[in-house]
Design a protein around this ligand. Structure first.
Ligand code: GLN
Length: 251
């Protein structure tokens, strides 16, 4: 039986926006296909993980204060994480986690939280708690040559700069910054995005893209995933896309 091993970073700290739902969606879509999934949580004080031992590393979003706390722990694994990224382990990073894999995150009070500096971007929050990118988002993403609309919800004060390989083009809502045309950060085995929702619950094609990428790498095969019955997911997507894309581009 095929298996996927997921490392779930800081589930007790990066849990403010319901990103745990992404783990549930991955688990559902893997087990529906008879693929075993092993989910290993890691947080401060746990035995240090070897990031290379996993097929997928996931981390969600959180508040500035929590980011400041865990950044001191995360930085310990910088070299191991960099090695795992270079070895092709898949990283799915949402919002706060996205920010911490860059050069730094300057929070709303002006504190500089050092990032892992694995990716070239940096993030600075506007020093006004009321000025946050909050709202629904639709982006156009190229997944292995297939244009796919990805739907989510953003809630961040941080404005991210110097992204040279964005995840997608904004069709509705904010991007890496207020009214930015581009959203997120994308490499072959890295998706970093501001889209909560949780992200994967609204985007079955994206979920399957990630699953296939991880399985193909692990088993060195071109795996064809058995289609699942996504009638309800697609009905929900149609409602959301009709609602958002019929409007003026920006909220
Ligand atoms: N605290 C960060 C910000 O406000 C990240 C927020 C999040 O993870 N949604 O930008």
């Amino acid at each position: 039986m095929k298996e996927l091993k997921i490392l779930y970073l800081y589930p007790d700290i990066l849990e403010l926006y319901g990103d745990f739902g992404n783990i549930q969606v991955l688990k559902y879509r893997l087990e529906k296909r008879g693929i075993n999934v092993e989910i290993t949580p890691y947080s401060i004080g746990d035995n240090p993980p070897n990031f290379n031992d996993y097929d997928l590393v996931f981390a969600g979003g959180g508040a500035d204060q929590e980011q400041g706390i865990l950044a001191k722990d995360l930085i310990k694994y910088k070299d191991n994480i960099k090695e795992a990224v270079n070895n092709g382990v898949f990283f799915l990073l949402i919002c706060g986690a996205y920010q911490l894999f860059g050069k730094y995150y300057k929070d709303v009070e002006g504190n500089i939280i050092p990032g892992l500096d694995i990716f070239p971007y940096y993030t600075e929050a506007i020093n006004d708690r009321k000025k946050r990118c909050i709202g629904n988002i639709v982006i156009d993403v190229n997944l292995d040559g297939k244009e796919t609309k990805v739907i989510g919800f953003g809630n961040h004060g941080g404005q991210t700069y110097d992204v040279n390989t964005p995840f997608g083009k904004v069709l509705y809502g904010n991007g890496n910054k207020f009214r930015d045309e581009m959203e997120g950060f994308f490499l072959k085995n890295v998706i970093a995005t501001y889209l909560h929702g949780p992200l994967l619950s609204k985007n079955p094609e994206l979920t399957d893209f990630i699953i296939k990428h991880c399985l193909d790498r692990k088993y060195n095969e071109n795996i064809i995933l058995e289609p699942l019955d996504d009638v309800f997911e697609n009905l929900c997507r149609k409602q959301l896309l009709d609602r958002f894309l019929s409007k003026e581009k920006k909220p």
